[in-house]
Design a protein around this ligand. Structure first.
Ligand SMILES: [Zn+2]
Ligand SMILES: [Zn+2]
Length: 241
């Protein structure tokens, strides 16, 4: 029970860091926040992603490329040129590392206006730090796991960020229905996306990239939006629209 709870909490906190901070704030600037909250959520994203930490600059650049070149060969992660999600993500990983280590020339319009904390990154992106997080997950399992098969969940903790990314990028551009007929192949995979906190509304999101609520029809529900709405009401963020 404790293991299942740990897995669920880790899944959703890490996912919230990705969808709320890296995606909707870092890449799209759907809202603003002051420096205190920006640093707070930067640290939050690091701690919750732990061993699979993603850098906000590289995330923003890759994601903006994904919107600009959606489902073409210049898209860093389209399912339409790969036989499975693993090969697609290996391709994405290579581009991510090239962008992160500044080995490629990036168009100016993609390479600006994202949160940057090199001091935090120096620690968060360090291999030993990632290992330390992984050892933390293992220790938790050694203390609380009651059955041997529970240890099979450990890789989900190790690679949490890329696993969630793979599901969204693969499913969100392959399976589901469309509300809007854009030039890309984006789909809405679920009506109520409790599983990936709204990220599976790819078709709605590609249609209106700066809209903070990924649900558009009356029967759709994006679980992250009510949180954004509350954060806006209490002054943690300010919606830009
Ligand atoms: Zn997409
Ligand atoms: Zn987006």
């Amino acid at each position: 029970m404790i293991i299942l709870l740990f897995l669920i909490i880790h899944w959703y906190l890490s996912l919230f860091g990705q969808t709320f901070f890296l995606h909707r704030y870092g890449a799209h600037k759907m809202f603003t926040m002051n420096k205190f909250w920006e640093k707070y959520f930067y640290l939050f994203t690091w701690i919750t992603q732990g061993s699979s930490y993603l850098n906000a600059r590289a995330y923003a650049i890759l994601h903006r490329m994904h919107h600009a070149y959606s489902d073409t060969e210049k898209d860093p992660h389209t399912p339409h040129f790969f036989k499975d999600a693993y090969t697609m993500m290996m391709h994405t990983r290579k581009i991510y590392n090239d962008v992160l280590n500044k080995r490629v020339v990036i168009e100016d319009k993609f390479d600006r206006n994202f949160p940057e904390y090199p001091g935090i990154d120096k620690i968060a992106d360090n291999g030993y730090m990632r290992l330390l997080f992984a050892l933390g997950y293992i220790t938790f399992y050694i203390v609380f796991a009651t059955q041997w098969w529970m240890f099979l969940f450990l890789p989900i903790h190790f690679f949490m960020g890329p696993i969630q990314g793979a599901i969204v990028n693969w499913s969100g551009h392959k399976y589901g229905y469309r509300n809007f007929n854009g030039s890309d192949k984006s789909k809405n995979s679920l009506f109520w996306d409790f599983f990936l906190l709204g990220e599976l509304f790819q078709n709605n999101h590609h249609h209106a990239g700066s809209k903070p609520n990924f649900a558009t029809k009356w029967f759709e529900f994006d679980p992250t939006y009510p949180i954004i709405w509350v954060f806006n009401k209490i002054g943690i963020i300010r919606l830009t629209r």
